[in-house]
Write a protein that binds this ligand. Structure first.
Ligand code: HEM
Length: 461
């Protein structure tokens, strides 16, 4: 009898160990934990996150988890799983970004869950419906600010792009009276926005006391947006409603300037570095430059290089320039986008537990040689088979995210970058004085930043 009981006990013990072992092996993705409790792999991951993702994928396969600073980040890297990432009901965007939103813009949790769902459709609606109206005003603004570069000069290309695009885009989206109105005001804005943008990734994870300069830049920008909001409530002569005024009609609590700050950040932080990359990559590829310039000159043939009109018709006549922009976005796409797993989620043979942050790296997705042959090559021609008039992109291109929370500014972004590049290349001849810098490997949030300067000389045509 004793022997039978002992045998049964051992059987139960072995089968539970086997089931647990099997479950662990089969169900959960491999996890990179590091050695230090709570910090996990944070140090190795934080040193160069993009490289870490590539090495982890090579070692552990297409789905893996990184345990870092108390969080589990589960990466999906195979394009066949991207649909699940974007459309599954078992993942949630708001729950993934609420805490970073609190840290970067001081919006309370209650306010965020109440007003955020209306923001994406609001921005997308305004930027899509009013594009014709916006593009006329934007083109005037670009002409005005490009004229300030003078007849010739030299400088850092990224800086030249900022100094001309920031005030023009702010005027276009938030209203003329809200744009920095002198060269000194533009410089001050650029400097403070640079600190905020560069520290955004750390700022999204840490409380303000750890990042004093960054916190100062956040409060400076918040005060600026508070002033804009109170001016926006005054009766105005302007016949057209700005994006800021549309936001004011929707967000009705005291965090309105904080939402406006996030909207301002989203509208400048990705599009301006991409404009820099697209110009630098075009200039550094002579055949691409020649082909783009032929199209630009033909499309703008009877126009003056002082006041130049680049509107919908001219944009349609320069499709190769748009191919160059999409190719620059492909190569310098955001390091990662995220969702929170809210119910057990199946990806391949794995179950991802609730609470995990699900991560997708557009930067690496765009380097899949099956979808993008010779992926490191800047080759705008690959976009000729996409329907770019309708903004239908290539399979596997996820730079603007996807699903309900896909970037609501994507068609505006492509329009503004396309317009700006046609204008600047038509008006000025550039000479690159430095090689095009590499992208910095430090950041996951947003499009890639250059890791060094790129000086140019320019002369008006
Ligand atoms: C090349 C330029 C741009 C790129 C690559 C880009 C990319 C992205 C990405 C990847 C997301 C997250 C989507 C997701 O998680 O599925 C996003 C969100 C967003 N983008 Fe863009 N973006 C660009 C330009 C713009 C512009 C010009 C605006 C505004 C005028 C804008 C406004 C926003 C906003 C408001 C969100 C948050 C959406 C939400 O909370 O649901 N973006 N963008």
């Amino acid at each position: 009898m004793d022997l039978i009981i002992l045998f049964l006990c051992l059987l139960i013990l072995f089968s539970s160990v086997y089931v647990l072992f099997l479950q662990k092996k089969v169900n959960y993705p491999p996890c990179i934990t590091g050695w230090i409790p709570w910090f996990g792999a944070a140090f190795q991951f934080g040193k160069a996150p993009l490289e870490f993702i590539a090495q982890a994928r090579a070692k552990y396969g297409p789905v893996f988890t990184v345990f870092a600073a108390g969080k589990r980040l589960t990466f999906v890297t195979c394009h066949k799983d991207f649909r699940t990432f974007f459309t599954s009901k078992d993942v949630d965007f708001e729950q993934a970004v609420q805490e970073p939103v609190y840290n970067t813009a001081s919006i309370s949790k209650e306010s965020f869950y109440r007003f955020h769902p209306a923001c994406n459709p609001l921005i997308k609606g305004k930027l899509t419906q009013a594009q014709v109206q916006l593009s006329g005003h934007l083109c005037e603004q670009f002409n005005t600010h490009l004229a300030l570069l003078g007849r010739s000069g030299s400088g850092e290309l990224c800086d030249l792009v900022r100094v001309t695009m920031y005030p023009a885009v702010i005027s276009n989206l938030l209203g003329q009276h809200n744009s920095p109105n002198s060269p000194a005001a533009v410089r001050e804005f650029i400097e403070i926005f640079r600190i905020y943008d560069e520290g955004f990734e750390y700022g999204s994870q840490l409380p303000d006391i750890f990042l004093r300069d960054w916190a100062k830049s956040k409060h400076w920008l918040l005060s600026l947006l508070k002033r804009m909001v109170s001016r926006g409530r005054e009766p105005s002569e302007a016949s057209t409603e700005t994006l800021l005024q549309r936001l004011m009609a929707t967000v009705t609590d005291r965090f309105l300037p904080n939402y406006a700050l996030l909207m301002l950040w989203a509208s400048l932080a990705n599009a301006i570095p991409i404009t820099f990359w697209a110009i630098a990559l075009i200039l550094s590829h002579p055949l691409v430059y020649q082909k783009a310039m032929e199209q630009i000159r033909t499309a703008l043939k009877d126009q003056s290089t002082d006041r130049t009109s680049v509107l919908a018709a001219e944009l349609r006549r320069t499709p190769y320039v748009k191919c160059c922009i999409l190719e620059a976005i492909r190569l310098r796409a955001p390091g990662a986008i995220t969702r929170r797993v809210v119910r057990p989620l199946q990806i391949q043979n794995y179950i991802i537990p609730p609470g995990d942050l699900l991560m997708l790296s557009p930067y690496w997705a765009h380097r899949d040689p099956q979808l993008f042959p010779d992926p490191e090559q800047f080759w705008p021609e690959r976009w000729e088979k996409a329907d770019l008039e309708k903004n239908v992109f290539l399979e596997g291109f996820v730079a603007f995210g996807g699903g309900r929370n896909q970037c609501p500014g994507r068609s505006y972004a492509l329009m503004e970058i396309h317009m700006f590049i046609c204008l600047i290349l038509f008006k000025y001849k550039f000479t690159l004085l430095d090689p095009v810098p590499h992208p910095s490997s430090l950041h996951l949030v947003g499009t890639q930043q250059p890791d060094g300067p790129c000086s140019v000389q320019y002369a008006h045509r």
